[in-house]
Design a protein around this ligand. Structure first.
Ligand code: ADP
Ligand code: MG
Ligand code: MG
Length: 900
């Protein structure tokens, strides 16, 4: 029989850490913590499979099926806690929490204190001897359950939560300011008014039966899997919709039972830098998400952290110790236990943990642990530190790297000199490192108002996710290192400064005031997420310096990879950048870019205008020295490695002007009439240039072009060889569909090479191969490989031709296709393994069937995208090639693919 519910408690558990797919991350780790002797309140997890069943077969069938198991699990929780659901004397209260395979912060709000009703509240009152606490718990429950399960929470942020409205109203009636000033009677009144509001809005009575409450919450968690927030988050993080969420039901523990209780969030290492420093925040006498929500100012857990915080906030040491003491000072024994536990958890998981805890009357409970989200820098530093601490081996360290996240480390940082002269407006917490410059916006849905914006908020919430994604950086006035803004920003690798107390925001007037100076929406500011500084205006940036640990990761990649990583580069400077990042060769050097500068474009246009072969050769002779010089530069920059040079590819119309003014300019320059230029442009016009006269079709109609390019390459290589430089040109014929198209071009290249060798009395090594980018070429690859010495898959064109999408026009429908799930990804970014990938695979296999040692690579945009790189490894490619700044990403992905 399939098991749907897994229990945990009192040091035992039916699940364990490696069951995340079935139990979700939270459920699997709650089970595991029980197994390793960490104190966790008992509970149970309903599996992700049940969520899938719920979505497919509906609520009734699903609940009927799992009911007996849920009832047995509740009975176990009751037994372990000595309580009973809805009991007058000793009621059982639980929390209901969602928990997917991958953490999805804020997907569904947790319901706490479930089981509360008129009887239970009496029981809790008596048991705790604190009726105010009991009624406060009750009213929180009605509010949470009403919002989350009965959908009282308004859809838009503009509308006020009806419960908040009632709270404000009662405060006014009572002439008080704070929630904490409510008396027990006030709280009872709140419960009454809350329930009346529920009845009025939903037409339903607030459920008093704990079982009804429980099933209602379970349904709400399952429904939340498909709410807008969750769907958006999955899209941003590329989490599949089929996974489903688990439901965790767990006995309540109370951090709000008085001054010897509290709740908090902690990291076993610094999530921004990776430093091995235990850190986190807590609140005394608080429950649930109070810490993250930023309602009260959370306090630091360690003395060290607390002191740093006080300096930033301008709080004196005296005020700090009296008003905001660290946990280490306020509850030394609790701190000792917590510190021991965090070490135990990190030792056990061998990874940085992000944990939630609650202290109930001097007893510590853990409510969650997971591998903490971290920045790219922290990811690299933690992986290497843990390797050097002997906690993990090399392969594990390498697999800890999310290759795409390395991108963060390759982006510019503020220029050190510019930073010194910049005006510092305020200082907050360095919540997520990096440099961001942009125009101020105050609302997440306005982040796209400017091409570069900085989102400024008092604090952020899950609704702001999309705007946070769009903004260049995030600045919050409130909230600490574990606030929503900080955690989410670190996950996104987005620069964030949080808790900048000096920033005062008026949402109505859209004005931010710092020390009396006003900033309007649209004003420029800069954020330094590494130091927490906020600067006025734009601050200049510079290229980042690679840390020692980054180099160590690259060394590991080199050690474990099978494929080489090359770069796509058209200039010696780009080649050098890539080489510094560890590129081993050039996979694609486009020659057409070399034709645009200064005198070259003139010669190019003369060539295009030429009516006879003789005229054309004259123009080509002018281009030859430029080309030779370019090739010498690039072959020298990549000395010792192969440089794949693609012959002229684009349609000729790209080299002539299409605007009147420019046509006039060309006419003057070339000493011909504007009409003649216009006629030429007309003549070159094609209905579908991408499928027109381009690629080897140019070389086969004007062989002298190929001849000139081959000569320039070979002459460059011979010159270098004579100088003792190890030049290795690989001449690539583009866009072939038939073997004959290739063969004719190869003959021209080889004949030209022999001529050059004879003239120079010296030789060089070179190869001749082709790009495979037309499906017909892949399908006949066995024939092509009889003549070609290498293949390079041009997956940009191959994707266009396989899907029949034009890259230039796909913008009109691709985004909609992705949103509707017709396509999983943009196939121009992520290689379509199912379709295009199959053609690649056939091409490789057929090619190697005639030439077993055929050298094969990829040179489309896909060569720097991790999942595509892994695919290239699986089909046996020799190398991938990508833009210079993606080389480190591809290197790590290639090594990971090889480790498996
Ligand atoms: P999220 O995934 O958004 O972090 P959680 O399910 O972890 O949501 O719960 C939110 C908050 O409620 C956390 O701070 C957690 O510590 C608290 N909480 C959850 N279950 C319990 C419980 N059984 N007793 C006390 N607090 C709880
Ligand atoms: Mg939550
Ligand atoms: Mg949590």
């Amino acid at each position: 029989m399939v098991k749907h519910v897994y229990t945990f408690g009192a040091g035992e558990a039916e699940g364990k850490a490696d069951m995340k797919n079935l139990l979700g991350g939270k459920g699997a780790n709650l089970a595991e913590m029980n197994l390793i002797g960490v104190p966790v309140p008992p509970g149970f997890t309903i599996t992700t499979e049940v969520c899938t069943m719920y979505n497919e077969q509906g609520q009734q069938a699903t609940f009927d099926l799992i009911k007996p198991e849920v009832e047995a699990a509740v009975a176990l929780v009751e037994k372990l806690t000595g309580t009973k659901f809805g009991d007058k004397e000793n009621p059982c209260l639980v929390s209901v929490r969602s928990g997917a395979r991958a953490s999805m912060p804020g997907m569904m709000d947790t319901v706490l204190n479930l089981g509360m009703n008129e009887d239970a509240v009496e029981g809790i009152s008596k048991k705790s001897g604190n009726s105010r606490f009991a009624w406060d718990s009750y009213r929180r429950f009605v509010q949470m359950y009403g919002d989350v399960v009965m959908e009282m929470k308004p859809a838009s942020k503009e509308e006020i939560d009806p419960f908040e409205e009632i709270i404000e109203q009662l405060k006014e009636e009572k002439g008080i300011q704070l929630d904490t000033q409510f008396t027990t009677e006030d709280l009872q009144e709140l419960v009454r008014r809350f329930k009346a509001a529920v009845k009025k809005v939903t037409g339903k009575d607030f459920p008093t039966d704990p079982w009804e409450q429980l099933w209602g919450s379970v349904a709400a968690v399952f429904n939340s899997w498909n709410n807008d927030r969750a769907i958006l988050y999955r899209r941003l993080e590329q989490i599949p919709g089929e996974w489903g969420t688990a439901v965790n039901v767990q006995a309540m523990v109370f951090g709000n039972m008085g001054e010897n209780s509290g709740t908090g969030v902690a990291f076993t290492r610094d999530a921004a830098t990776g430093e091995d420093i235990f850190n986190g925040e807590y609140l005394i006498n608080a429950q649930g998400e109070d810490v993250v929500a930023g309602i009260r100012t959370p306090q630091e857990i360690t003395i060290e952290g607390s002191k740093r915080w006080a300096v930033l906030q301008g709080v004196s040491e005296e005020d700090r110790t009296s008003k905001y003491p660290s946990l280490e000072e306020a509850m030394p024994e609790m701190y000792r236990q917590l510190n021991e536990t965090q070490q135990k958890l990190e030792d056990h998981y061998s990874d940085m943990q992000d944990l939630e805890f609650t202290i109930q009357e001097g007893k510590l409970w853990l409510l969650q642990t997971r591998n903490g989200k971290r920045t790219g820098a922290a990811m690299v530093n933690i992986a290497i530190d843990m390797l050097e601490e002997g906690r993990i081996d090399e392969k594990t360290a390498l697999n800890r790297i999310d290759a795409a996240k390395l991108d963060e480390l390759l982006h510019p940082v503020f220029d050190t000199a510019a930073m010194k002269t910049a005006t510092v407006l305020a200082k907050g917490l360095p919540a997520s490192p990096g440099a961001a410059t942009g125009q101020v916006v105050f609302f997440a849905d306005e982040a796209n108002k400017y091409p570069e914006s900085v989102l400024v908020r008092v604090e952020t919430s899950p609704e702001d996710l999309e705007g946070m994604h769009i903004a260049k950086g995030i600045l919050t006035a409130r909230g600490g290192m574990t606030s929503h803004a900080a955690v989410v920003a670190r996950g996104m690798g987005k620069c964030c400064v949080s808790g900048a107390g000096a920033v005062k925001i008026n949402y109505k007037t859209r004005v931010m005031t710092i020390d009396g100076v006003e900033f309007q929406q649209g004003d420029w500011i800069s954020l330094n997420g590494t130091t927490g500084e906020v600067y006025k205006g734009k601050v200049a940036t510079m290229d980042p310096e690679m840390s020692g640990n980054f180099a160590k990761i690259m060394d590991l990649a080199a050690k474990y990879t099978r494929m080489a990583v090359r770069t796509n580069a058209d200039s010696p400077a780009d080649a050098q950048v890539a080489r510094d990042f560890g590129a081993q060769g050039i996979g694609l050097c486009r020659t057409e870019h070399m034709f645009f500068e200064g005198e070259r474009i003139k010669a190019m246009r003369e060539m295009i205008l030429a009516k006879t072969e003789v005229e054309r050769r004259k123009a080509l002779d002018k281009l030859l020295p430029y080309q030779r010089e370019d090739f010498e530069g690039i072959l020298e920059a990549m000395a010792g490695y192969g440089v794949t040079i693609r012959l002229l590819d684009p349609p000729l119309h790209e080299f002539v002007p299409h605007e009147e003014a420019n046509q006039k300019e060309m006419a003057d320059e070339m000493g011909i009439s504007v009409e003649a230029v216009k006629a030429l442009v007309e003549d070159l016009h094609e209905f579908n240039p991408m499928l027109g006269h381009r690629g080897c079709r140019l070389g086969n109609t004007y062989p002298e072009i190929t001849e000139m390019q081959a000569r320039a390459i070979i002459e460059a290589a011979v010159n270098l060889t004579q100088k003792g430089v190890d030049a290795r040109p690989e001449i690539m014929v583009p866009l072939i569909g038939t073997v004959k198209e290739f063969k004719l071009q190869a003959d021209i290249i080889n004949t030209t090479a022999e001529k050059v060798f004879a003239e120079k009395g010296a030789r060089c090594d070179y190869m001749v191969g082709t790009m495979i980018e037309i499906p017909r070429a892949a399908m006949t690859a066995d024939l092509v490989a009889e003549h070609a010495e290498f293949f390079s898959f041009g997956t940009n064109d191959l994707t266009q031709m396989t899907f029949g999408y034009s890259r230039d026009d796909a913008g009109k429908f691709l985004p909609i296709y992705i949103e509707k799930g017709i396509l999983k990804n943009d196939p121009f970014q992520v290689l379509d393994q199912e379709g295009v990938g199959q053609i690649v695979k056939i091409g490789v296999e057929k090619g190697r069937s005639t030439k077993p040692d055929l050298k094969v690579g990829i040179c489309g945009e896909h060569g720097g995208e991790p999942s595509s790189v892994k695919f290239c490894n699986s089909v046996g490619m020799n190398y991938v090639s990508c833009s210079p700044y993606r080389v480190p990403i591809a290197r790590v992905a290639a090594a990971q693919a090889n480790i498996g």
